[in-house]
Design a protein. Structure first.
Length: 326
C-alpha cells in the first residue's frame, strides 16, 4: 500500500507518522496522482500545530508534482500520463499517491522538472496573486517601493525576482546578513536585517520619509505595527501569513491617520475556479520559463524525514524552497 504522512492529533513535529493508506479511484471531478516531489510550506506547520484546526487523522501537505494515474468523470483538462503540479485544498500531498480535486491541478510544462514544480506552485501562485492582484488603491507602477518581509524564504525569493521583472523597488527584510545578501542577489533593491536594525527607520530613510505603497507580510504579530508605520497615505497592508503568531485584534481607528487599507489575503480564494487557477499558473509558468524567476530549492528531505524538515522550517534554518522526495 502507498505511504503517507499523517497526524492523529495537532501538535509538534513528533505527531507526524509515516503510515500505509488505501488510495481508491478518483470520483467525478477528481484525479489520482503519483507524486515525484512534494512541496513544504509554512501553512503545513499551521495545520500540524493546530493554529489552523482541521479534523484528524489528517494527511498534511498542499503542494506536489507528479504523474496523473487516473481521471474521474468530468475532468477534461488532464489525461492519464500527464505531468502535473498543483497547490490545492484539501491537504494530502505528503504521500506517495493521492486523490484530489482536479480543478487546481495543472499540466506541468515539459521544461519544468518535477522538483521545481513541487517547489513553485503554492509559493509562486502566492506571489502571483500578491504582486499582480493584491494592489494598493493607487496601483503599482515601475519605480514604486514595496516592502516584503521574510524575503529569503521560498515565497520571498520568487517575489524579489518577480518584483524586479515588473520594475518595482523591493525592500526586503530578513533575519541575518546571509539572508539579506540572498535577497539582494535575487533582485531586491534594498535588504534590512531586522535583527540588527529597525526596519521602520531604514524604510523611512530609503523612501525619503514617504513610506511604501504596500507591505506584503507573512510574519504576522512581530511585524504588524512596524509595517503600518512604513506605509504611505492610502497604502495597503497585505497580510498573508502568521509565522510569528496571529496578529492581535486591532481598532480600525489605527488606520485613520493615513487612510490605510488592510487585507488578509489567501491563495485558495484566488484559485477557487478552474479558469482563474489556470490563468494564474500560466502567468507563473511563463515567468519561470523566461528565466526572469528561478526557483531556488535549497533543502531536500526524504518523505520519511518530514519531522526534521518541519523542525528546520520552524527554526528559520531554511532559505528558498524545501521539498520532500518520494
Amino acid at each position: 500500500m502507498p505511504l503517507a504522512v499523517q497526524i492523529a492529533r495537532q501538535g509538534g513535529p513528533e505527531e507526524m507518522k509515516l503510515v500505509e493508506v488505501a488510495v481508491g479511484a478518483p470520483g467525478p471531478g477528481e484525479v489520482r496522482i503519483r507524486h515525484h516531489a512534494i512541496g513544504l510550506n509554512f501553512i503545513d506547520v499551521y495545520q500540524r500545530s493546530g493554529l489552523y484546526p482541521l479534523p484528524t487523522p489528517l494527511t498534511l501537505g498542499m503542494e506536489g508534482a507528479g504523474v496523473i494515474e487516473a481521471v474521474g468523470e468530468g475532468v477534461t483538462h488532464l489525461r492519464v500520463g500527464d505531468r502535473a503540479a498543483y497547490a490545492s485544498n484539501p491537504p494530502g500531498s505528503y504521500s506517495q499517491v493521492r486523490v484530489l480535486p482536479a480543478q487546481a491541478v495543472c499540466q506541468l510544462p515539459d521544461e519544468i522538472d518535477f522538483d521545481t514544480g513541487a517547489a513553485m506552485m503554492l509559493k509562486g501562485l502566492t506571489v502571483q496573486y500578491l504582486l499582480r492582484r493584491t494592489l494598493p488603491a493607487e496601483g503599482l507602477q515601475a519605480g514604486d517601493f514595496v516592502l516584503w518581509h521574510a524575503a529569503a524564504g521560498g515565497v520571498g525569493l520568487i517575489a524579489c525576482q518577480w518584483a524586479k521583472a515588473l520594475g518595482y523597488r523591493l525592500i526586503a527584510t530578513a533575519g541575518s546578513e546571509e539572508k539579506c545578501a540572498l535577497a539582494l542577489a535575487n533582485g531586491a533593491q534594498y535588504a534590512i536585517n531586522y535583527r540588527a536594525e529597525s526596519f521602520v527607520e531604514r524604510v523611512r530613510d530609503i523612501t525619503g520619509g514617504a513610506g511604501v505603497k504596500v507591505v506584503y507580510d507573512s510574519v504576522g504579530k512581530d511585524t504588524w505595527e512596524g509595517s503600518l508605520q512604513c506605509l504611505r497615505p492610502f497604502g495597503l497592508m497585505a497580510s498573508f501569513g502568521n509565522a510569528s503568531g496571529a496578529v492581535p485584534p486591532f481598532a480600525p481607528a489605527v488606520l485613520a491617520a493615513k487612510c490605510l487599507y488592510v487585507t488578509r489575503a489567501t491563495l485558495f480564494t484566488h484559485i477557487a475556479t478552474r479558469e482563474r487557477c489556470q490563468a494564474m499558473a500560466d502567468d507563473l509558468f511563463a515567468v519561470v520559463r523566461s528565466g526572469q524567476v528561478r526557483i531556488h530549492i535549497s533543502q531536500r528531505f526524504a518523505l520519511a524525514d518530514v519531522q526534521a524538515a518541519h523542525r528546520a522550517l520552524e527554526a528559520r534554518q531554511t532559505t528558498g524552497s524545501t521539498i520532500l522526495t518520494v
